[in-house]
Design a protein around this ligand. Structure first.
Ligand SMILES: Nc1ncnc2c1ncn2[C@@H]1O[C@H](COP(=O)(O)OP(=O)(O)OP(=O)(O)O)[C@@H](O)[C@H]1O
Ligand SMILES: [Mg+2]
Length: 282
């Protein structure tokens, strides 16, 4: 499978512009962070590939190792340290499985650190494809639960309800269980809920890729508004053009470790070179 890296500037991405803000005090400090997933229902044994295996055979055998009753460990983040200040926009780059989403979830306090520490000043909010909405519940219930999870009061959720539904453009579907929504409708509601508040630390995980073209444009405008108010931004994206346009700094994760951390253009150039070589080898 090829990596989802785009090398081209997409004209849509030019909606984003760098926002020059004052760089202030530290807002996030990560020290020697380790995050490990414990996967139940796996024997944890590595399956060695055998000569003559087809891709499908390998895949089926890999699936078989999960049928046991053991607990396997996946070390997703392995000793990451960095400091980010108020006013910085940081792009997180890295290939599939390098630990980007895991790191954001740990920063948002959704996953515990196995070792090391995370200090955040202000309440972080993760805006992304992982926001947990419940499929069996109506959009209305999800708006309430999501709003409360973002720190709103019941009254504040009621106040913002109409705006959220209008932004998501789901109309009366809001009163139906979310399992009746198309994936685009669900993504739009998730986006509308997560952007109902302006967090101090905004984390975006591939959220821009959801919805159709018109909604993408609308969501980019909304993200720009939030970016202007939020203190610190983390953006995970496979679009280097988006990261370059939105961020001043980038951190490149590779197999759960920081491979490079610096000005966005330097890191993006190095990552692009690395991805090109990887694509050639595949
Ligand atoms: N819920 C989970 N349980 C077990 N292992 C997981 C879980 N989520 C992620 N992992 C593993 O942790 C590692 C890092 O995954 P993560 O989702 O953070 O990568 P990523 O950089 O966000 O990748 P992508 O670009 O595909 O979104 C991978 O090896 C992945 O298989
Ligand atoms: Mg991810």
């Amino acid at each position: 499978m090829s990596e989802e890296v785009d090398f081209e500037i997409d004209s849509d991405d030019l909606l984003f512009r760098q926002i020059n803000r004052e760089i202030g005090d530290p807002s996030v400090i990560v020290e020697d962070l380790h995050v490990t997933y414990h996967v139940i229902g796996s024997t944890g044994k590595r399956v060695k590939p055998q000569a003559g295996d087809t891709r499908l055979k390998r895949l089926l055998r890999r699936g078989a190792k999960h049928s046991g009753a053991g607990v396997a460990e996946v070390k997703a983040i392995r000793g990451v340290s960095f400091m980010v200040r108020h006013g910085e926009s940081v792009g997180i780059l890295g290939s599939n499985g390098s630990g980007k989403s895991t790191m954001l979830r740990a920063l948002a306090g959704l996953l515990p650190a196995e070792r090391g520490s995370v200090y955040v000043s202000g309440k972080p909010s993760l805006l992304g494809v992982n926001a947990a909405l419940m499929k069996d519940m109506t959009g209305e219930r999800n708006i309430m639960i999501g709003g409360l999870a973002l720190g709103l009061t019941v009254d504040e959720v009621h106040e913002r309800f109409d705006d959220i539904v209008a932004f998501a453009e789901i109309g009366d579907f809001v009163y139906l269980p979310m399992k009746t929504y198309s994936s685009g409708m669900a993504a739009r509601l998730r986006f509308a809920i997560s952007t109902a508040v302006t967090p101090e630390i905004l984390m975006i995980d591939e959220a821009l890729a959801t919805g159709d073209a018109a909604f993408r444009q609308k969501s980019q405008i909304r993200i720009n508004e939030i970016r202007e108010q939020a203190g610190t931004i983390f953006l995970v994206s496979h679009s280097l053009a988006t990261v370059r346009a939105m961020c001043s700094r980038a951190i490149w994760l590779d197999k759960g470790k920081v491979r490079m951390d610096g000005p966005v253009d330097e890191v993006a150039d190095a990552y692009r070179e690395f991805s090109r070589r990887t694509v050639k080898r595949r």
